[in-house]
Design a protein. Structure first.
Length: 393
């Protein structure tokens, strides 16, 4: 059996032109890809067809994604220097795909106090961070004003720092605890310095799938309402998908179509981040509900499809070195990816699930991986702006 590296080499674009790859593909797939190259939107049904590509069809998909990436955003690979903080692992939700959460009585349960939180942020700034990325468990012991108070503490101490924080699930919980509407709650968070929110808690935006993954979590309509409200208030967000668990290809196609529709309405998504499901320590795996997928081909197909399907909608496609590992993340740069994500410095959620790529990737390592992939790396801000020379890591 060939190794993952061998399989990846077999499907990555060769020196042949994209036209040559299209010629070698099947007529059906070639026609779909030509539409995207002509800047015509492909349909949800066509996305579903691309999710089944193999062999020459998959090569053509990846070559098309790489061509579109080059045309639309160029050859630079951006990254952000950030510090990730999971401020509490206490959570009552019980997602079957998560191995991070703890009950408050467990010996390794934690809730960072203000001093610890600010110390961690300062450590990040000392290493060049321009962003703090902060999420936590849904902790019933938190006071109703916790999210607002955390922002106040952070922005008082570090007024110039971009705070990228609080998933839609946290916003749902925070608004309920504060007895406020999403608009009221998010408006207060913005006033206290919230710069953007993670588009996490999305997983697959289909309630039948979500019932399996986590029946207590924010549902599809609530996720939509929270994210679109944030966008309307001038709070941008990322967008994500978690793939490789109990979902079927048509769920992925529908998820992408929904995100594209939302972007048409709000324009508030800064990037799209496909996130591979890490199975090792999760209840989904332990209960036999998922069959682990081999890394490699499925990931490159997902990234390439994202670039092709979201053309003209979401320009930035971000790889996840935490989920894929550094080598596969670097390989994804040839499948439509233009952003390498963040340095993180600390990442607990994927690690607890079984990810083994580490919690910190230094700028020097990101730039080396990008350079060896034949591209040029550039540090960016959270919102894809230029970093002032005085702050470049």
């Amino acid at each position: 059996m060939s190794s993952m590296a061998d399989q990846i080499r077999e499907v990555l674009p060769e020196d042949a032109s994209v036209a040559a790859h299209l010629t070698a593909s099947s007529p059906t797939i070639g026609k779909i890809l030509e539409k995207s190259l002509e800047k015509k939107r492909i349909s949800e049904e066509e996305a579903l067809a691309l999710l089944h590509t193999e062999g020459d069809d998959l090569k053509a998909l990846i070559a098309t994604a790489d061509t579109i990436r080059k045309e639309d955003v160029g050859d630079e690979v951006t990254y952000v220097v950030n510090r990730n903080i999971n401020f509490t692992n206490v959570c009552f939700v019980g997602c079957q795909f998560c191995a991070f959460k703890r009950q408050r009585w467990e010996s390794d349960a934690y809730y960072h106090d203000d001093e610890t939180l600010l110390t961690k942020i300062q450590e990040g700034i000392d290493r060049g961070a321009t962003e703090i990325c902060m999420q936590g468990g849904i902790n019933a012991q938190m006071k109703p004003d916790t999210y607002k108070r955390l922002l106040t503490e952070i922005k008082t101490a570090f007024p110039d720092l971009h705070v990228h924080a609080f998933s839609p699930m946290e916003i749902l919980y925070g608004a309920r605890r504060a007895k406020q509407t999403f608009e009221e709650f998010l408006s207060e968070l913005k006033a206290e310095g919230l710069g953007s929110i993670p588009g996490t808690a999305a997983e697959i935006l289909d309630d039948e799938v979500r019932e399996i993954l986590s029946y207590k979590k924010v549902d599809t309509q609530q996720w939509i309402d929270i994210v679109t409200t944030a966008h309307r208030l001038g709070i941008p967000s990322t967008s994500t998908i978690m793939y490789g668990h109990v979902e079927k290809p048509h769920h992925i196609a529908a998820h992408l179509a929904l995100l594209r529709h939302l972007q048409d309405e709000t324009g508030g998504f800064t990037e799209f981040v496909p996130l591979r499901f890490i199975h090792d320590n999760t209840l989904l795996f332990q209960r036999g509900l998922v069959t682990p997928q081999q890394h490699g081909i499925a990931d490159l197909r997902m990234y390439a499809l994202s670039r092709v399907f979201l053309r003209g909608s979401i320009d930035n496609i971000q790889t996840s070195w935490v989920k894929l590992g550094h080598d596969l993340a670097a390989a994804s740069l040839a499948a439509g990816v233009n952003d390498f994500g963040g340095t993180l410095m600390e990442e607990s959620i994927s690690r607890e699930a079984g990810a083994d790529a580490g919690e910190f990737t230094p700028v020097e390592e990101i730039e080396r991986l990008v350079r060896e992939a034949g591209r040029t790396a550039r540090q960016r801000t959270t919102l894809y702006g230029e970093v002032p020379d005085t702050l470049v890591a």
